[in-house]
Write a protein that binds this ligand. Structure first.
Ligand SMILES: CC[C@H](O)CC(=O)C(=O)O
Ligand SMILES: [Mn+2]
Length: 342
């Protein structure tokens, strides 16, 4: 396996994909997927609850298996790949970060809302002290213009992050918007630049390629699109496309295809595709991880989940405000019943 890479892929199915399967991963599944990814040459594999360390809760969804067991399992089979963990300050604490590092996690991705990088320094410093590679992960990047993004990325850089990511959490960014943002970061920050896409508008691959064109060297993907909403840039496809373009990822195309088909596809109850809810996430600019919550709330209140998502988009609801989903559903159901009575 060549160890020269132009692009470093982080596979997120075992973290972002956790949203898509309501956080039901088992140790056996993680062992199989992580081993196959490691053997295919994927350099980074992210494992945690979908909402990051300590995300398991009524608010975000309870995990079937303690995430530390999942991290330990992934580490046990990854003799080449590094295991990454995601943490959102305010949900995950330094205690969990230490625990994950002790189990062998080597990368910490510290995620904040795109305008709130200033909540990240303690976590980044702690991760650095633990000897971990660190990433500042600026979520909902469509909600900030390029100038604001640069300001926030510079903060991440000043805290010691090795990499800063443009995170298209809602899958709402258009290719030219990705170009503008990555170009601005490339001009103004000195650390690695990454891109994390969601495929809600079927643009994750195009956006990832634009990001690479503008100088991003860290790209996230989820095998078989196993990520929140319509999933992320499909890793096995990205590896094949980049190979055709002569861009080295160090990942074996056939092995990626095989693990997608034989190991990951059977985990999915239904294939990942762009459903109307997924499409509305991108169209309205709503967090991809809100999809399942909105579906449940819609069923509970007898309304259309698209109406909930559109209203959440109008209100510019961000991660951590999951309780608003039920509030909005209740309000919409109430106004609908009032209309029916009249
Ligand atoms: C809630 C964390 C979130 O799922 C992180 C992420 O992958 C994103 O914002 O896209
Ligand atoms: Mn995501």
């Amino acid at each position: 396996m060549p160890n020269v890479r132009d692009i470093f892929i982080t596979e997120v199915a075992l973290r972002d994909g956790s949203h898509a399967i309501a956080h039901q991963y088992t140790v056996e599944q993680v062992l199989k997927v992580a081993k196959a990814l490691n053997d295919a040459g994927v350099p980074y594999i992210e494992v945690t609850h979908g909402d990051g360390l300590a995300g398991s809760s009524l608010q975000y969804g309870l995990s079937r298996t303690n995430e530390m067991e999942l991290i330990e399992a992934a580490v046990s089979v990854a003799d080449q790949a590094k295991i990454a963990v995601l943490t959102l300050p305010g949900i995950g604490t330094i205690k969990e970060l230490k625990e994950a590092a002790k189990l062998g996690a080597k990368m910490a991705r510290v995620a904040t809302h795109v305008t709130e990088a200033d909540v990240a320094p303690q976590h980044i410093h702690a991760a650095k002290e633990l000897g971990m590679e660190t990433v500042g992960f600026l979520m909902m990047s469509h909600m900030a213009e390029a100038g604001k993004l640069v300001e926030q990325a510079k903060l991440m850089e000043s805290y010691g992050a090795d990499t800063v990511y443009v995170v298209d959490s809602a899958g709402a960014l258009l290719p030219e918007q990705v170009r503008e943002r990555i170009r601005a970061l490339k001009l103004h920050v000195g650390i690695n630049i990454g891109f994390h896409g969601h495929n809600n508008l079927s643009l994750a691959m195009a956006n990832s390629l634009v990001a690479i064109e503008e100088g991003a060297t860290r790209i996230d993907g989820s095998v078989r699109c196993l990520g929140a909403g319509a999933g992320n840039t499909q890793t096995e496809v990205m590896v094949a496309v980049l190979d055709r373009m002569g861009i080295k990822t160090g990942v074996d195309v056939y092995k990626m295809m095989d693990l997608a088909e034989e190991i990951v596809a059977p985990i999915l109850k239904t294939p990942q595709e762009i459903t109307r809810d997924g499409l509305v996430l991108g169209y309205a600019g709503v967090y991809s991880s809100f999809a399942l919550h909105a579906k449940r709330a819609a069923a509970k209140f007898g309304i259309d989940s698209r109406d909930i998502l559109i209203e959440l988009g109008k209100r510019k609801v961000v991660g951590g405000q999951e309780d608003m989903i039920v509030d909005v559903a209740a309000e919409l159901a109430k106004s609908k019943s009032q209309v029916n009575v009249r």
